[in-house]
Design a protein around this ligand. Structure first.
Ligand code: MRU
Length: 356
């Protein structure tokens, strides 16, 4: 998608380094950062220079290629894979990408191992781009249906950033929105700010602006009243891990939006590529929920009058704070799962029909 009119993907490999858009600097600075070692890749995931489940997976895949480039000894590669998996615990795409890379590399110790690693990482990223595009084509039908009934702007609420910046391109939740916009359907997006890191305000609103899609940032607690007033036609969110029973783990606050949507008969859709489905974990309580540094809550970053990025304390300095990064929305509150193969009911049978 576009930034200042120029097409980008979120990650690419060039001249032996990974190139990423440093998302900790957006929206105030657009910086392309180079990751030269596996350590750089792990750090980029941990500090969220790259974030969003599919992009974390893509970075892990290229990160392993960097490990191979540094030292193609199998012990080093295995240790790198383990360190990558521990860098962020909730998004299942990370384990999925590392497993896929390790399967591809197992038993190979020829001169070709680096090429094989790079090709597989590129394939993982290309596939994600294609899947997200298909999610858009499938999700477009829902937006079209609403528009055909309403004959007026379709208001869509989204949480966090499940946009193209969270994937390789297109996004998951935003892909149907981009497709609708390209087709000339009038859409307007309510963007949850998404405290504490403000991915909605800093990233979703930013990328929608760049594509000229009308959007309004709202505080995280505003969605409920907008739904009561009939000002939300549908919700679409992304997910970091969806269980095979249809339970959806996503950015903290998603669950409360789903409850409000249920109470107000607003359709609540979740968009995801199949790499985000966790077929192994049975129960929501077994999903590892990342708890991040409480400084993300107590401090806030912005730009001052001299165009300098500044971080300031906003809480009483003696207060304790707790920063759980994700929650789980039970399948019963999910209207449907928009995937690259079609729209599934949020249930084992629903997913099984699409993914035999
Ligand atoms: O903590 P983040 O910014 O990595 O969380 C991102 C989300 O929760 C997204 O909704 C999810 O990864 C889906 S991205 C297409």
């Amino acid at each position: 998608m576009k930034i200042e009119g120029r097409e980008y993907r979120t990650i690419w490999f060039e001249n032996n380094v990974i190139k990423i858009i440093d998302q900790t600097k957006l929206p105030h600075q657009f910086i392309i950062k180079e990751l030269k070692t596996i350590k750089d890749a792990i750090n980029a995931i941990k500090v969220m220079e790259v974030r969003g489940a599919p992009l974390i997976g893509g970075t892990a895949a290229y990160g392993l290629a960097l490990a191979v480039q540094e030292n193609n000894d199998s012990e080093f590669i295995e240790k790198s894979a383990k360190d990558l998996i521990q860098s962020r615990p909730t998004a299942i795409n990370l384990n999925w990408a590392v497993d896929r890379m390790m399967k591809k590399l197992s038993g190979i110790n020829s001169d070709q191992i680096l090429d094989i690693a790079l090709n597989e990482a590129k394939e993982i990223c290309d596939e994600d781009e294609k899947f997200c595009e298909n999610i858009g084509i499938n999700g477009l039908k829902i937006i079209e249906e609403i528009y055909n009934k309403k004959k007026d702007t379709v208001n869509i609420l989204t949480h966090c950033n499940a946009g193209w910046l969270a994937t390789i391109n297109w996004g998951t939740a935003t892909s149907p929105i981009y497709h609708a916009h390209k087709k000339g359907i009038p859409v307007h997006v309510w963007v949850d700010e998404t405290r504490p890191r403000n991915q909605g305000a800093n990233l979703t609103s930013y990328e929608l602006n760049e594509e000229e899609i009308p959007n309004t940032i709202i505080a995280d607690n505003t969605g409920g009243i907008l739904m009561q007033r009939g000002e939300v036609d549908m919700c679409i969110v992304g997910t970091d891990r969806t269980l095979s029973n249809g339970d959806v783990c996503n950015k903290i606050g998603t669950y409360l939006k789903a409850l409000a949507a249920h109470d107000n008969n607003v359709p609540f859709y979740v968009a995801l590529p199949s790499s985000t489905i966790d077929w192994d974990t049975k129960y929501a309580k077994d999903i590892p929920i990342e708890e991040r540094n409480s400084e993300e809550l107590s401090h806030i970053e912005g730009i001052d009058e001299n165009n300098k990025i500044k971080k300031i304390l906003i809480y009483p300095n003696k207060s304790k704070a707790m920063n759980l990064a994700f929650d789980v929305t039970p399948a019963k509150y999910v209207t449907g799962l928009i995937t690259e193969r079609g729209i599934a009911e949020a249930s084992f049978d629903g997913l099984k029909k699409l993914f035999k």
